[in-house]
Design a protein around this ligand. Structure first.
Ligand SMILES: Nc1ncnc2c1ncn2[C@@H]1O[C@H](COP(=O)(O)OP(=O)(O)OP(=O)(O)O)[C@@H](O)[C@H]1O
Length: 454
């Protein structure tokens, strides 16, 4: 796992030795010979790990004071103390003050590398735990075998290894963030961070702070912005169209210059971040209205990816329901249930304007509401939440009572047409499966469709 490591020691040969050993392991290193240079390096970009000498000769702050200063601003960054022979006690007290570990001079190369790997791994795990807690979902895998899903998967496979900026377009709840995570997981940045920022959930006045972080007086904790946090990883800008115009201008600068300024700061911070953005809005009209910068769109959407709404891949509904049931059962201990064919037909035919998220919420509701019913009793259509029934497409003839104005023969034809169109949609255009379900021979169904003009 390549990481940005800062080595602080007053002796140049120790600095070079440590840096050389870590670089041989594929890490990126920076060095500082005194406390001010170290603080400056941290200000330039927050490292993932610091090696810090306890005795910093000729420095404004000694090692322990510098440790305090680093911990005050960046409690999450692990610091490994480098101690001389005679100051093990000081090293132990450093651990009480928040150092991750210490290494004694003269040290063996293996031990140094091992401590670095362990410290990086621990802080990565901490980040991941935080991230998992924050995420409402545990799914790493995109579920669905429909043609639109297979197509989406192949686009993800092709775009992941590149460093191209991707813009994910699709309705709310359709799985845009999951796609972004899948790209990250399959990319060379997989071991780096995935930082998500939802522009729709942040007030415009906090936007810049969240994105760029700030600079505060020494000794006070400062906010690390999402861009800095995502160094060597991916920054996911969710609902990018909700970004204030002013922030759009600044993002555009970041994209052209690969550097940015923190709020209240004057220095340029350099980062290596792949940006994946998403929107559920129609960007063309926002661009036409002057609400979204067209040049920013072109920079962000080097590869646009469209995520299909659930209504365009109804065949995936049973598979999604099964996966959600298993997942919810694992999390809550509620047993999974069988769903009757009739209830499944309703679930598959519904419109799902809130897409996969809405489906998942309904599965959860269903499981909770039916938890006390007999385990062998399947979920039937009358047990479905009203919300599901309300989403069934209203056929035009039902909607305007037209059918009542027709003789039986014509009414039957209207009904057959609407019924078959709905079934074909439900099975994603697959005639064999539709025929099987409606109880007709495939060839008979073909003839029927032809005679009805479908
Ligand atoms: N193909 C899929 N397989 C499994 N779960 C999915 C799939 N698509 C979406 N989900 C689930 O649906 C929910 C919504 O997905 P996600 O947050 O990725 O959607 P989104 O399009 O980013 O939503 P929003 O527009 O609200 O940000 C999550 O719980 C996610 O796990």
């Amino acid at each position: 796992m390549a990481s940005d490591i800062l080595i602080v020691d007053d002796e140049a040969d120790i600095r070079e030795l440590v840096a050389g050993l870590l670089e041989d392991e594929g890490h990126e290193t920076r060095t500082a010979g005194n406390s001010d240079a170290a603080l400056q390096a941290i200000t330039d970009r927050v490292p993932r790990l610091v090696f810090l000498d306890i005795w910093l000769q000729g420095s404004r702050l000694d090692g322990l004071d510098l440790l305090d200063a680093i911990k005050a601003q960046h409690p999450e960054v692990p610091v490994v103390m480098i101690s001389g022979h005679g100051n093990i006690e000081t090293a132990v007290s450093a651990i009480r003050r928040g150092a991750y570990d210490y290494i004694e001079k003269p040290f063996k190369a293996d031990r140094l590398v091992l401590i670095a790997e362990r410290a990086l791994e621990t802080s990565k795990l901490k980040r991941e735990v935080l991230e998992l807690k924050r995420r409402s979902t545990d799914f790493a895998e995109l579920i669905g075998k429909s043609q639109p899903m297979n197509q989406l998967r192949s686009v993800i496979e092709r775009v992941s290894p590149t460093n191209s900026r991707v813009m994910i377009l699709g309705a709310s709840g359709s799985g845009k963030e999951m796609v972004a995570r899948a790209i990250h997981a399959a990319s060379p940045r997989a071991s780096g961070p995935f930082v998500a920022l939802n522009a729709a959930a942040i007030t415009p006045d906090r936007m810049e702070l969240e994105l760029f972080g700030n600079e505060t007086p020494p000794g006070t904790e400062r906010k690390i912005g999402a861009l800095e946090e995502a160094h060597r990883g991916v920054l996911y800008l969710d609902e990018v169209a909700d970004m204030p115009r002013e922030t759009q201008n600044r993002i555009l600068r970041v994209l052209t210059e690969q550097t940015f300024e923190r709020v209240g700061g004057s220095k340029r911070v350099k980062v290596d971040v792949r940006i994946i953005s998403s929107t559920s809005q129609n960007l063309d009209s926002l661009i036409a209205e002057g609400l979204f910068r067209e040049d920013l769109y072109h920079r962000l959407a080097v590869v646009p990816i469209q995520v299909p709404p659930l209504a365009d891949r109804r065949q995936d509904v049973p598979m999604l329901i099964e996966a959600f049931m298993n997942q919810i059962s694992e999390q809550t201990g509620i047993k999974t249930k069988r769903i009757s064919d009739e209830a499944m037909a309703v679930l598959q035919a519904s419109e799902w304007p809130g897409n996969v998220r809405q489906l998942r919420n309904n599965v959860e509701r269903l499981m909770i509401l039916s938890r006390d019913t007999d385990a062998d009793h399947p979920i039937t259509a009358d047990m479905l939440p009203n919300e599901v029934g309300d989403m069934l497409p209203r056929t035009p003839s039902q909607a305007n009572g037209q059918i009542l104005a027709l003789p039986l023969r014509d009414a039957r034809e209207v009904f057959e047409k609407e019924y078959l169109v709905a079934q074909i949609n439900r099975f994603g255009g697959n005639i064999s499966r539709t025929a099987e379900f409606v109880g007709m021979e495939r060839s008979a169904l073909h003839r029927k469709l032809k005679s009805l003009g479908i």
